[in-house]
Design a protein around this ligand. Structure first.
Ligand SMILES: C[S@@+](CC[C@H](N)C(=O)[O-])C[C@H]1O[C@@H](n2cnc3c(N)ncnc32)[C@H](O)[C@@H]1O
Length: 396
């Protein structure tokens, strides 16, 4: 099955790249902050479907306390559900009841709700499978796209986790579709999810950001990984009009200028992860050994094997010593990518988000950087929403 590899941005194109499958290549020089891709999910499912629904709309995942959503008095529910998913508006309720929360999904999630305590399956994986088998019925073209994404299951499925999830879905009498229902299909779907799902992060009441939902994005799934990415993804789940279906769109922007012919890469996790954790995650969840420029340097660090904070320590050493020419030279050898952390990693405590400039305006690159985790806008100093340098930190 071939995937649709067209994009609406003529400056990037999906191509086959040796040893990396498909990926995005810049077909023109790219400007810092440029919007490279806007993508809508073909499938969304809650990160915590059974316990954490009261704060977010179960359809569009906007915060029910957000100024963009309806007031809490008009929050709607599904009368058939014992775990009470909530909807931010009549539009979301009606969309959900005919798609993501169809009668079969409703019945399946209720059943999972009753059987999940003490069971061996992962509830989030179970919810993904319910959403995916539902997609096969409500939107076969989208299901075909899901099947065309990267990720294959082993020919003989023996993984106890997959076997138990398949038996659970089987007991829920999934609706019939042209794609059928089989252990192989269940395993393939789980592989697609593992390789391609993006977490949609949003702030909780205490300000901490958690994954509210996971989404499969048909175009963004073609971004390969680099431990020093040149693009970053932004989501604005609480800042759009509830029910318009666009607040779960993902926007990918260039972090800095780069030239035609370069591959456009995201980092699949926060860039401050150390070498060992990065390699482990990439091998276990994505099936490859990373040999990017940063990994080629960090593989030689002595403390790579036994120090979990190796990257941070080397970075601190480099920054602390940078006033001395001699130390700087040594730091450049040990950690030539320190500039990335100084320039493109958020300095807010415990944030570690990636910074990219706001989109260029009339060809002019913006000097306002936005953090893709905490949303802080900054230039050299903190600035407010209107771009004024008054020392105010802006939460979004
Ligand atoms: C989200 S998909 C990216 C698109 C994928 N290359 C394709 O052909 O559809 C993730 C998969 O791409 C491949 N990949 C991503 N980054 C890579 C890298 N830096 N080196 C090698 N393979 C990579 C791995 O197979 C990974 O599981």
């Amino acid at each position: 099955m071939s995937a649709d590899t067209t994009t609406s941005n003529p400056n990037i194109q999906i191509r086959e790249i040796q040893g990396r499958g498909r990926g995005f290549i810049a077909t023109h020089s790219i400007k810092a902050g440029e919007i490279l891709l806007t993508d809508s999910p073909i499938l969304l499912y809650s990160a915590n479907p059974l316990n954490n629904n009261k704060n977010f709309c179960s359809n569009c995942f906007i915060s029910l306390n957000s100024s963009s959503s309806s007031s809490s008095s008009s929050v709607l529910t599904c009368s058939s559900c014992s775990y009470h998913p909530l909807f931010c508006s009549p539009i979301c309720q009606s969309k959900a009841l005919s798609s993501s929360h169809s009668p079969w999904v409703c019945q399946a999630l209720n059943s999972i709700h009753y059987t999940s305590a003490g069971s061996s399956f992962d509830v989030s994986d179970a919810h993904f499978l319910v959403a995916a088998y539902n997609l096969a019925v409500i939107s076969p073209p989208h299901f075909r796209i899901l099947l065309s994404l990267h990720g294959i299951a082993t020919p003989t499925v023996t993984d106890p986790g997959i076997l138990s999830l398949h038996s659970l879905i089987s007991s829920l009498s999934p609706p019939q579709s042209v794609f059928g229902f089989s252990l192989e299909l269940t395993a393939a779907l789980l592989a697609k999810d593992k390789r391609n799902a993006f977490a949609i992060m949003g702030p909780q009441e205490n300000g901490e950001r958690i994954a509210r939902a996971y989404g499969i994005y048909p175009k963004a799934s073609f971004f390969n990984h680099d431990c020093l990415p040149n693009a970053a993804r932004f989501d604005y789940v609480d800042t759009c009009v509830a029910g318009d279906g666009r607040n779960t769109d993902m926007i990918v922007r260039a972090i800095h200028d780069f030239s035609e012919g370069r591959e456009v890469c995201l980092s699949y996790f926060p860039v401050n992860w150390n070498y060992k954790d990065r390699q482990k995650r990439l091998l276990e969840d994505y099936g490859f050994v990373c040999d990017c420029d940063r990994c080629k340097v960090e593989v030689n660090w002595n403390d790579v094997d036994d120090n979990d904070d190796s990257m941070e320590e080397n970075e601190d050493e480099q920054m602390a010593g940078s006033s001395e020419d001699e130390d700087l030279e040594q730091g450049e050898v040990d950690f030539p990518h320190a500039y990335f952390f100084l320039k493109y990693v958020c300095s807010r405590d415990n944030c570690m988000g990636t910074l990219a400039p706001l989109p260029p305006s009339e060809g002019q690159i913006s000097d306002v950087m936005e953090c893709n985790v905490c949303g802080k806008l900054s230039t050299g100093e903190e600035i407010d929403e209107n771009g004024n340098g008054d020392g105010v930190m802006v939460d979004q």
